[in-house]
Design a protein. Sequence first.
Length: 281
Amino acid sequence: MTAFLLLSENRFDRFDAIRTPDREGRALNRIQHINCGTLLVTGYPTVVCHCLLLEGEQGLVLIDSGIGLADVRDPVGRLGQELIDMAGFQFHEYDTAVRRVESLGFSVDDVKHIVLTHCDPDHTGGLADFPAAQIHVAEEELQQVRAGHWRYVSSHFKHGPRWETYARGTCDWFGLESRPVQVGAGLDVRLIPLNGHTLGHCGVAVHQEQGWLLHVGDAYYLRAELTEEDHPVAALAAQRADDDALRCASLAELRRLYTEHANEIELCGYHDLSELPEPLE
């Protein structure tokens, strides 16, 4: 989670809803980029909660879940006034994953899986709106949640999420560890450990026709960090990191991917407004 960001002025227009055919030409999946929360502090630019919605053969897969309906209806009870003031949460029903899903013509029950980059409250508020969905997360991250780590909000998990965890593996993905996520036939989705922001923080890689889309979560706050070594947002990122040395190492890996594999991997983060293909409502 983040606030007080100096956002890039450049729009990132490469991402749109994408159809990916399989080898026989059938529509395999569609990727929708949706905003599921807005954070705003007076005097600072708007910060978003950039989620992905994948249309697979067996239902929908949501990448992160943003702010939830219960957060909108009882902000202080769910999040606490201190966190609301610090992060600048804005509470609008249209700015929730469930309302975004419905606006696209789907129902709550169509969302079969939610893959989390990590469990900060601006990523997990929507979990309770999809009670039947399987929740996929790195094993290390859920361990921190269950240990009562200060950064997580317990109210977001009281409904009893259907957790599926993924331990360290040996699969290689462009020189990084990957953990294949079981979200149904026809979708190749992987957790890519990008630790540091939290100890179990991961990116989520999605295979598409023209290569890969890697949602990096909060491994960077702003896209500009990929090219600027000493970006001003680094101080905030360091403050919010559970392990800043690991965070810096993860960011270095993202810069490597951005430099060496630009034709194979597209990157997007969670908070940079310039990376959303559509303007906010």
